[in-house]
Design a protein around this ligand. Structure first.
Ligand code: SAH
Length: 243
């Protein structure tokens, strides 16, 4: 009886701690969304005068970034900067996550591919906007940790696969939108092939360890695309499985 009581009390304590952490992060998260909204002005040429859509800001406002990073501190998780997630990789700055998500123009019936699962944070945001999200990660430990975090948070419409995203994931597609969160030197042909006509591929393009162009490729017909560079960004390189 005593053991049972102690068990119940410790469970209550754990739940309270988790709730307190969530409640504390609530204000940090709201502040982060305001920072993103305010920075829309810097991207007026890309986003238009209306800035970020309410849908994207709402998805970001509902996503618990602190549960996707190793150091679960609210102040660190919700600062508008990139953060290390281990194994030499980083989770992108929230503003850039918002920008890439907005540019992907995800609708509720869309099937979306993400290349570079990392922590799973961007996949969680996409999962709230799309019908189905398929995400590929090349580093086994990251793929495992992200799949676990996404499962625990009940993002049931996300599938995580371990592999080289340069080749895409044809069995999961074709895709209405593809978001690549590591930089290839050129847009990967397989990704353009797996994009539906009318679909968008959003990714950094350029050499490793320097700035790259955040690029939007639109597939306007089966054999035609348009490409535009929208901002300068800095991402980790897209590595290949033979490297
Ligand atoms: N979107 C992530 C951040 C990604 S950082 C998030 O929200 O946390 C870029 C990720 O791309 C890293 O985890 C890196 O391991 C992964 N990556 C690099 N090359 C890759 C490739 N060819 N295929 C799949 N993932 C790749």
């Amino acid at each position: 009886m005593k053991t049972l009581l102690l068990l119940v009390l410790s469970m209550v304590a754990v739940t309270c701690e988790a709730n307190a952490q969530d409640a504390q992060c609530f204000s940090e998260r709201a502040a982060m969304v305001e920072t993103i909204r305010a920075h829309a002005r810097s991207y007026a040429g890309v986003l238009g005068p209306q800035g970020f859509s309410a849908r994207v800001l709402q998805a970001i406002g509902q996503t618990k970034r602190h549960l996707f990073i190793p150091e679960r501190s609210c102040s660190i998780a919700y600062a508008d900067r990139p953060l290390p997630i281990g194994l030499g990789q980083t989770i992108s700055q929230p503003l850039i996550v918002a920008l890439m998500t907005e540019l992907a123009a995800v609708a509720p019936d869309h099937v979306v591919l993400e290349v570079g699962t990392g922590s799973g944070y961007q996949a969680a945001i996409l999962a709230q906007l799309a019908r189905k999200v398929c995400t590929i990660e090349i580093v086994p430990q990251l793929a495992e940790a992200a799949a676990k975090a996404l499962r625990e948070l009940a993002y049931d419409n996300v599938s995580v696969r371990l592999g080289d995203g340069y080749e895409g994931w044809s069995e999961c597609g074709p895709f209405d939108a593809i978001v690549v969160t590591a930089a290839p030197e050129q847009p990967p042909p397989a990704l353009i092939e797996q994009l539906k006509v009318g679909g968008r591929l959003v990714m950094p393009v350029g050499p490793a360890y320097t700035t790259q162009h955040l690029t939007v490729v639109e597939k306007i017909s089966l054999d035609k695309t348009t490409t535009r560079g929208v901002a300068l960004v800095r991402f980790v390189p897209l590595t290949r499985s033979r490297n």
